[in-house]
Design a binder for this molecule. Structure first.
Ligand code: CA
Length: 238
């Protein structure tokens, strides 16, 4: 579980040519659990952004080769980075510059000198705003992931093929991990109120889902609770 959470850390790209500030930001962001990459000038920033697909970019205004404003405009023109949240850093505190920065496509603006605590608060606020859609698109439990946009399920990287009912069943369980549902609750949620299906049908589809999910040596992710129902859980394989 720990390694899974680590690989899901949100990625921040720092674009800044002052090495001391980069070191300070990297230290503080990593301590907060972010994965940090860096670029020292505008061109490198565009390359890194393409390579690392950051969840957010901290972008200095005054950069060698290409200004932060120009980097921002270019990022906004690329489909991959069109929507990535950008916080501009600048020594200029003037209102006109702030307006230019925001018009150039930045989402927020922090004036130097600033405290890392303040910047991290802004980063968290922007990520919260950007996150809702992202969370809805992929559901994850242990080594299992469901991509709702592509309608794909993977376990530990391996593609899992599910029938439509098993897909809906797993989708429902993934939305409520560890919660135990009775057969009746699952019938209502997955098959709908108006359809008459026997409770035993749930057992049949749970069995199919289990078979599809669990490969050789995999832990069983579905827990059977005697006389109660089923839950998506990390029960012991034994
Ligand atoms: Ca600078």
């Amino acid at each position: 579980m720990a390694s899974r959470e680590k690989s899901m850390a949100e990625k921040i790209l720092i674009v800044e040519d002052e090495a001391a500030l980069v070191t300070l930001l990297r230290y503080n962001l990593e301590r907060e659990g972010f994965e940090v990459s860096e670029a020292g000038d505008g061109e490198e920033a565009l390359l890194r952004a393409e390579e690392t697909k950051p969840d957010l970019i901290v972008l200095d205004w005054m950069l060698p080769v290409m200004s932060g404003i120009e980097v921002c405009r270019r990022l906004r023109r690329k489909p991959d980075s069109r929507a990535v949240p950008i916080i501009m850093l600048t020594a200029r505190g003037e209102e006109a510059d702030k307006v230019r920065g925001l018009q150039g496509g930045a989402d927020d603006y922090v004036t130097k000198p600033f405290s890392p605590v303040e910047l991290i608060a802004r980063i968290r606020a922007l990520l919260r705003r950007a996150r809702p859609d992202r969370q809805v698109e992929t559901l994850i439990f242990a080594d299992l992931s469901m991509d709702l946009t592509a309608h794909r399920v993977r376990r530990d990287g391996r593609a899992i093929h599910l029938g439509p009912t098993e897909f809906r069943l797993l989708h429902y369980l993934l939305r409520n991990p560890r919660r135990v549902f009775s057969r009746e609750q699952l019938l209502d949620a997955v098959w709908g109120h108006d359809v008459y299906v026997e409770a035993r049908t749930v057992d049949v589809h749970i069995r199919r889902l289990r078979k599809a999910l669990n490969g050789d040596g995999d832990a069983d992710l579905i827990r059977t609770v005697r006389a109660a129902g089923y839950a998506l859980d990390q029960s012991s394989a034994a």
